[in-house]
Ligand binder design. Structure first.
Ligand SMILES: Cc1cc2nc3c(=O)[nH]c(=O)nc-3n(C[C@H](O)[C@H](O)[C@H](O)COP(=O)(O)O)c2cc1C
Length: 253
């Protein structure tokens, strides 16, 4: 062993599998459509659970996992939720309705969990330090005191050519922070359903106060979307998928 390797830091290594079936991966993405009409077929419990578990594997800001997925089961609650979804067919016919909620009320708890549940026997000092600091980056404090303090501090720091990360200066920023990450989990969820032969419709066409009331959400819990899921009816997709020319959206700079 050379001197250099002796002193080299031992690093975690996780191989990247190379045997992924790209064709099937493309098929999952390309066959996902917004389905507005579902059959009566139920989604097996284990499939739904697997898809939810895969949703939770989505990348998320600082691993703070600021989300909750409410699987609405009670017939009465489901009826109320369909009403909240403006009676959309995608909600009415869905075998399952899932309300995807972004939240900024568990930042401290999730930061602590990142220390206590770190997968090595003990969280390294850098990880502990990071999670003691990071809640301040996304919290805004009582009456936005922390947010206002950060606004001033960041302004001053920028005059000194300091580079600073995305932070929350107000509750709207914090909501955006949590929603961004929650939407990624939603995408994981709908793609997982597709991979298991089921379909979905993401819906933001819902009455927010009604959904809030139904789930008793506090003001730091934001329903981002409702996802209707089930088996695609033959006439469940209303028109072919189309996107505008890629030059409108992709720029190489
Ligand atoms: C955040 C979000 C909210 C949406 N809300 C609704 C909705 O309320 N009702 C609906 O029928 N479709 C809704 N859609 C589906 C979009 O209309 C659909 O994704 C878009 O037209 C592209 O079609 P495709 O999903 O089949 O590719 C929503 C999609 C997203 C991502």
């Amino acid at each position: 062993m050379t001197r250099q390797t002796e002193t080299e830091k031992k690093r975690y290594y996780e191989p990247a599998p190379q045997d992924i079936d790209t064709e099937n991966f493309r098929k999952v993405i390309q066959s996902r459509r917004s389905v507005r009409k579902f059959t009566d077929r139920a989604i097996p419990e284990h499939v739904l659970n697997e898809c939810l578990d895969l949703a939770l594997l989505a990348p998320n800001s600082s691993n703070l996992q600021p989300w909750t997925f409410y699987v609405v089961k009670t017939p009465e609650k489901k009826k109320q939720l369909v009403k909240a979804c403006l009676g959309q067919l995608a909600a009415k016919t869905a075998a399952e309705l899932i309300v995807c909620v972004a939240r900024t009320d568990r930042i401290d708890e999730m930061a602590s969990r990142n220390i206590s549940e770190f997968p090595f026997p003990e969280a390294p000092a850098t990880v502990k330090k990071y999670y003691r600091f990071i809640p301040y980056n996304y919290k805004t404090g009582y009456l936005n005191t922390l947010g206002n303090f950060k606004k001033v501090a960041f302004k001053i720091a920028r005059t000194m050519d300091k580079q600073l990360p995305v932070t929350a200066f107000n509750p709207a920023d914090a909501k955006l922070w949590a929603s961004k990450t929650t939407a990624l989990a939603c995408e994981n969820f709908v793609l997982s359903l597709r991979a298991y032969g089921f379909d979905s419709c993401m819906m933001e066409g819902f009455d927010e106060p009604l959904v809030r009331k139904l789930l008793k959400l506090n003001d730091q819990q934001y329903p981002v979307m409702v996802i209707g899921a089930g088996e695609r009816a033959e006439d469940g997709v209303f028109f072919p998928q189309y996107r505008f020319d890629r030059s409108l959206f992709i720029q190489k700079v």
